[in-house]
Design a protein. Structure first.
Length: 459
């Protein structure tokens, strides 16, 4: 069992001949092996010693994703120094506020970003790391590095108010990483057929999900991590084809915009702040992401999504997927969905009342809940009869119900021509309210009519 996150550097050294990072910049591609990455991390750790930066002190990382970014981060992990990662797209004023808050001993980042900061704190450009770090790496792990020890402070970007950082301990990440690695270990012999797996990573490494898919998971598979300096639809598709990409790492909204570019139709009046019960027709495995794409930020950030209990069970048990590779990745997908996103199981056959209790608890915490009332995917996009359970949940939840219609999915599914076709539309209706003592069957009929009415409207 992995004792702490710094132990991942040993995985780097074990895979030293294999490619770890590929940076696609302009017309060139720059490759870094796991051995190179480990050595650079060890040299950065030695530089922290030379600078007298001790465990518990802070180092700010501000730059685009790169091998140097990863090496500096793991160098901090080796010494128990708290990394403070900032989004390269964030404002200078926000970076300055964070720097004032954490009083770092060193700022490491892209040359142009470092030039925007006032003098007074030591800094090191990623471009200069190889030339300025000590020649010999030092892989010793500080005695301060323990499971309950903090390793980073994550700040959410913003332009107003004082920044608020969240301290992460090794245990916070290991609680999700350990079960994923345990499941992966059972299927590694099958991974040889597809090795190396390649991740096209589009998220900043300052992002929690970006870290999981960029820092914690790839080493377990000796996977390649691909970064690009310009994520445009045509370039992304070309990279996926040319590099034979296995996994595209992105959050739903940018991914949907990149691949599908749906058109949105929203009600004129402002939506309630929540909690709400959201319902939508169901055609594909991407419907949840499509609904997220259409929601305003205050709802998108506070949403729990019901998924088929049987589907989640298949993911957890590495079965029922379309290909052997997808079965291999299924347990990781299960733990990522349940650990990083507000996903809960909704069985199609039995046990749904327990899931409804979970939905009620989510609403008690201020979360809205998304459910697909048909209970299964429509093969041709035709709306299927709603299950009676949605009426029961709506009646017992006592919150407004927001209908959403996903239009054009049936045609796209049959043609297979998804990429930015312009034929996909997402239409949101107004909130549905019913008298308090409305019967379950009446709720079900009213909600089916609401979604059906949206689907029947002209574009």
């Amino acid at each position: 069992m992995r004792p702490h996150l710094a132990n991942l550097v040993e995985d780097f050294r074990a895979h030293q001949q294999q490619t770890a990072v590929v940076l696609h910049r302009g017309v060139r591609s720059y490759r870094t092996t796991y051995g190179d990455l480990a050595e650079l991390a060890g040299r950065f750790a030695a530089d922290l010693d030379r600078r007298g930066i001790a465990a518990g002190e802070r180092v700010v990382l501000w730059g685009e994703n790169s091998a140097e970014w990863i090496a500096a981060f793991f160098g901090c992990l080796l010494r128990g120094v708290l990394a403070v990662p900032l989004d390269a797209a964030g404002s200078v004023s926000f970076a300055n506020r964070v720097i004032t808050e954490v009083t770092p001993k060193l700022i490491v980042g892209d040359t142009l970003l470092l030039a925007t900061l006032p003098a007074g704190i030591d800094r090191l450009a990623f471009a200069d790391m190889a030339a300025h770090l000590p020649a010999e790496p030092d892989f010793r792990v500080s005695e301060s590095v323990r499971e309950d020890a903090p390793f980073q402070i994550v700040f959410t970007s913003g332009t107003t108010a004082e920044p608020k950082g969240v301290v992460h301990t090794h245990r916070n990440v290991l609680a999700s990483l350990r079960p994923i690695e345990a499941e992966i270990a059972k299927y590694l012999r099958y991974e040889r057929v597809f090795h190396p797996l390649r991740f096209l990573h589009t998220l900043p490494l300052s992002h929690v999900f970006g870290q999981f898919m960029g820092l914690w998971l790839p080493a377990s598979l000796a996977a390649e991590l691909h970064f690009t300096d310009a994520l445009e639809p045509a370039r992304a598709v070309e990279l996926i084809r040319r590099e034979r990409t296995s996994v595209l790492v992105a959050v739903p909204r940018p991914l949907i915009w990149l691949l599908a570019a749906p058109r949105l139709r929203s009600p004129q009046r402002q939506l309630p702040t929540g909690p709400l019960l959201l319902i939508a027709n169901h055609v594909t495995a991407f419907d949840g992401a499509l609904v997220l794409y259409a929601l305003p930020p205050h709802l998108r950030r506070n949403l729990a999504i019901a998924m088929s209990g049987e589907m989640l069970s298949d993911l957890r048990r590495a079965r029922g997927q379309a290909t052997l590779l997808q079965n291999l990745l299924a347990p990781a997908a299960y733990y990522l969905l349940t650990a990083l996103f507000n996903v809960f199981p909704l069985p199609r056959v039995s046990g749904f009342r327990r899931s409804f209790t979970h939905a009620g608890e989510a609403m008690d915490r201020g979360l809205s809940v998304l459910i697909f009332p048909e209970g299964t995917r429509s093969r041709d996009g035709t709306l299927q009869p709603f299950r009676q359970g949605i009426g029961l949940l709506a009646a017992q939840s006592r919150v407004p119900v927001l209908p959403v219609a996903l239009m054009g999915l049936g045609e796209l599914r049959s043609s297979g021509k998804w990429f930015r076709s312009g034929r996909l539309k997402i239409r949101m209706g107004g909130p549905v309210f019913m008298p308090e003592h409305t019967r379950t069957a009446e709720w079900t009929s009213r909600l089916q009519s609401a979604v059906g009415g949206l689907l029947a409207k002209e574009p």
